[in-house]
Write a protein that binds this ligand. Structure first.
Ligand SMILES: Cc1cc2nc3c(=O)[nH]c(=O)nc-3n(C[C@H](O)[C@H](O)[C@H](O)COP(=O)(O)O)c2cc1C
Length: 415
């Protein structure tokens, strides 16, 4: 008996145009490229850990490479445009494990700049859904980073004015509506924040809930809460920016209360089968005496509490809360924090920061320092970073079907 081979080019569902279904998804490891690439003890016989799938809840990522969230300051009234479709869509064709959309404000006042992405109203769902649907049509997973900039809101787009300069009303800013845990500006170039009342804190938490529900409607696979880089949650965490004397300030338990309440509420409305990530700054990089700034020890403790609330991964960054920080970025400089959190809080971590070399990225996963590797600038330099990393590590990964049949032969011929 002969099996009939279908010659039909089957289209992906849920998009109003034809694009071939991608099965398996791009980024999936297929085979080892048997060639020059050998280890000291002989030929590679297993997929390098960077190119092994990871299942979190019901979401399967084909490999460990994440396009880190990157603000592009290109939205109009919080809405993403064709520019974002092309910018983010490119990564869906390039073998990454996951794409996370840039910091997306849950309230208009919570934007970093007038051109930030937003999800504070229903009209913002459709432009995001268009991008999600395209990325899904390519078989790729996509997340969104939900954010509130707190006292770092209402700044000028950094490529127009140097980083962090206040955007006054005439340039679309809202300096009088900037809020924070305490009335302490980030520096003299930032707005003077108004201290949030307990009722306003509650309203921001509810804005996160509403944005999470909208993210569900847009079809996202993953939500990442942005609790890092000196934005609102980090401002609450750190004694440098939080001088409150009520239940949201003072002790560690009080300072993390806003972040934990927000997380709990989002987890309650976000699908049980979908992962929730949290990005934190592991340290303020300020040496002003134990307990006077945010430090790795507190980050470990916070990560344990986040885990108990159903957070699946801590994306470990650092800094951003004060101009006093003594931060000297160097290759993989934040990886040890991811390792410490993974080991001590027993939770999945993501490593980020100055990771360019594929072998280094692979070592981070193989050594158990982190489960995912987030890359930002490497992807701005080269959208094909993952495909090239696979080649360098001796793996043939799936690329979009339209490319794959051609690339496969090309790679093997080159071997
Ligand atoms: C253009 C640009 C925009 C960024 N925007 C965000 C953002 O929206 N949210 C965030 O958490 N980090 C943001 N970051 C930080 C990156 O996600 C990443 O943590 C940082 O760049 C270090 O990684 P890298 O060395 O691979 O670039 C941004 C970085 C860049 C370069």
């Amino acid at each position: 008996m002969t099996t009939e081979i279908t010659l039909e080019n089957i289209g992906a569902p849920n998009v109003p145009y034809f694009t071939p279904i991608q099965d398996p998804p791009p980024g999936t490891p297929l085979s080892l490229i048997k060639r020059k690439i050998t280890q000291s003890n002989g030929e590679i016989t297993e997929f390098p850990p960077l190119f092994t799938p990871l299942k979190i809840r019901d979401t399967i990522l084909p490999n460990r490479i994440v396009v880190s969230p990157m603000c592009t300051y290109s939205a109009q009234d919080g809405m993403l445009t064709d520019w974002h479709l092309v910018h983010l869509g490119q990564f869906a064709l390039r073998g990454v494990g996951l794409i996370i959309i840039e910091a997306t404000a849950v309230t208009a006042e919570g934007r970093i700049s007038p051109n930030d992405s937003g999800l504070w109203k229903d009209e913002q769902i459709a432009p995001l859904k268009r991008i999600v649907d395209f990325v899904h049509s390519q078989g790729v997973k996509i997340g969104i980073q939900l954010a509130h900039a707190g006292r770092k809101a209402s700044t000028a787009t950094p490529y127009i004015l140097s980083k962090g300069l206040l955007s006054p009303e005439k340039y679309g800013g809202w300096p009088n509506d900037v809020v924070g845990p305490s009335p302490i500006p980030w520096d003299e170039n930032h707005a003077y924040p108004k201290e949030l009342t307990v009722e306003q804190i509650y309203e921001i938490e509810e804005a996160y809930v509403a944005a999470a529900k909208r993210a569900e409607k847009a079809g996202f696979d993953i939500i990442e809460l942005h609790f890092a880089h000196g934005y609102l949650a980090h401002e609450f965490f750190s004694p440098i920016s939080n001088k409150r004397t009520d239940q949201y300030g003072g002790s560690f338990e009080n300072r993390v209360r806003y972040g934990l309440e927000t997380t709990k509420k989002v987890r309650e409305v976000w699908s049980k089968d979908k992962p929730l990530f949290v990005r934190i700054s592991a340290t303020d990089w300020v040496d002003n005496g134990e307990g006077n700034s945010w430090e790795i020890k507190q980050s470990v403790k916070l990560s344990e509490l986040l885990k108990d609330l159903g957070v699946d991964l801590i994306d470990v960054s650092s800094g951003g809360n004060t101009p006093e920080q003594k931060l000297h970025p160097m290759t993989a400089y934040q990886v040890s924090f991811a390792e410490e959190i993974k080991k001590n809080a027993n939770i999945n971590t993501g490593a980020v920061g100055l990771i360019r070399d594929p072998k280094l990225a692979n070592n981070i996963v193989s050594s158990g320092y982190a489960d995912l590797v987030f890359l930002a600038r490497s992807f701005l330099l080269d959208g094909s970073w993952a495909i090239k990393a696979a080649e360098e590590l001796g793996v043939l990964i799936r690329t979009p079907t339209q490319y794959h049949y051609a690339i496969e032969k090309f790679l093997i011929r080159d071997a």
